[in-house]
Design a protein around this ligand. Structure first.
Ligand code: CDP
Ligand code: CDP
Length: 259
């Protein structure tokens, strides 16, 4: 088994960016678990349409959750450089505002989470390790990860990053959507995104394998280098001394430390 690096954090904190560069530098496969929840959500929207309850109406009748979880259980979800749902390429479809609005509600269904968490663990075993990003990777999916990175950034900068990415100027609207999703992701009964305080507490003991990084003032290369230094510090990888600070596959010749 090769190393497992878990990356958790809220929307726009830089998880995918870090996961991709780490995967490249370390030669590890990368799994975006958010894309799995998004693909599942696409199917749920197709089946439930406008009948999908909001979190406020949740207590009325919970039978829809079992129905939805059953529908998702039947889906084949492949997440690679493209995302496929039952063989259909849905890479772009999973990034719409509608999916953004609904995904945290779908992801709050415990039985559906069990299904996806089990698929994520299977992916890790089948790939013999990897870089896995999401909300509950270090806490639920793979608590034995060699390194658990908790990424965060101020909500203003996360919204700004997303606004730049989407090339639209509605930063205030994006900020309120992200804020709503943060709250839902942090308050659900299972697989909740841990608070930064909880993670910092866990990291403050002797646990060298937990890192909390606030990327508000750091660009993606800074964050990558912090993580590479920690991997070296805890003895997972050995990098050639002269080459660590620069970003880029060729510039990071490394040896995986056996064990
Ligand atoms: O890229 P972004 O951070 O905006 O979101 P994402 O990683 O694509 O995740 C979309 C949604 O899926 C999140 O808001 C969570 O509700 C859910 N999710 C989850 O519950 N558990 C995970 N391990 C990953 C995502
Ligand atoms: O996966 P997640 O939603 O956590 O964030 P991302 O998709 O990796 O990053 C969101 C945007 O922020 C991207 O356009 C990145 O280029 C940018 N970013 C940044 O400006 N500074 C960082 N330290 C990390 C990401």
């Amino acid at each position: 088994m090769r190393p497992v690096v878990a990356i958790d954090g809220p929307a726009g904190s830089g998880k995918s960016t870090l996961a991709r560069s780490l995967g490249e530098v370390l030669g590890l496969d990368v799994l975006d678990t958010g894309a799995m929840y998004r693909a599942a959500t696409l199917r749920v929207i197709a089946v439930m349409g406008e009948d999908l309850p909001t979190p406020v109406g949740e207590s009325r009748d919970d039978s829809w959750k079992l129905h939805v979880a059953e529908v998702v259980r039947e889906c084949v979800i492949d997440v690679d450089s493209r995302v496929r749902l039952d063989g259909l390429d849905v890479t772009e479809d999973i990034r719409t505002d509608r999916v953004d609005q609904v995904v945290s509600i779908v992801a709050s269904i415990p039985v559906l989470r069990e299904d996806l968490v089990s698929r994520q663990r299977q992916w890790i075993y089948a790939h013999g390790g990897g870089v896995v990003e999401g909300r509950d990777i270090g806490t639920v999916v793979y608590p034995d990860a060699d390194l658990k990175v908790y990424l965060t950034a101020s909500i203003e900068s996360r919204a700004e990053r997303r606004a730049i990415e989407k090339a639209i100027g509605e930063k205030a609207e994006i900020e309120s959507m992200i804020d709503r999703r943060d709250k839902l992701d942090m308050s659900r009964a299972t697989g909740a995104l841990p608070s930064i305080e909880m993670t910092a507490l866990a990291a403050s003991g002797k646990e060298n394998n937990i890192m909390v990084i606030d990327s508000t003032e750091h660009n993606a290369d800074d964050v990558l280098n912090m993580v590479l230094s920690r991997l070296e510090h805890i003895g997972i990888y050995r990098f050639s001394k002269t080459e660590v600070p620069e970003h880029g596959v060729e510039k990071h010749p490394h040896e995986e430390v056996p064990g």
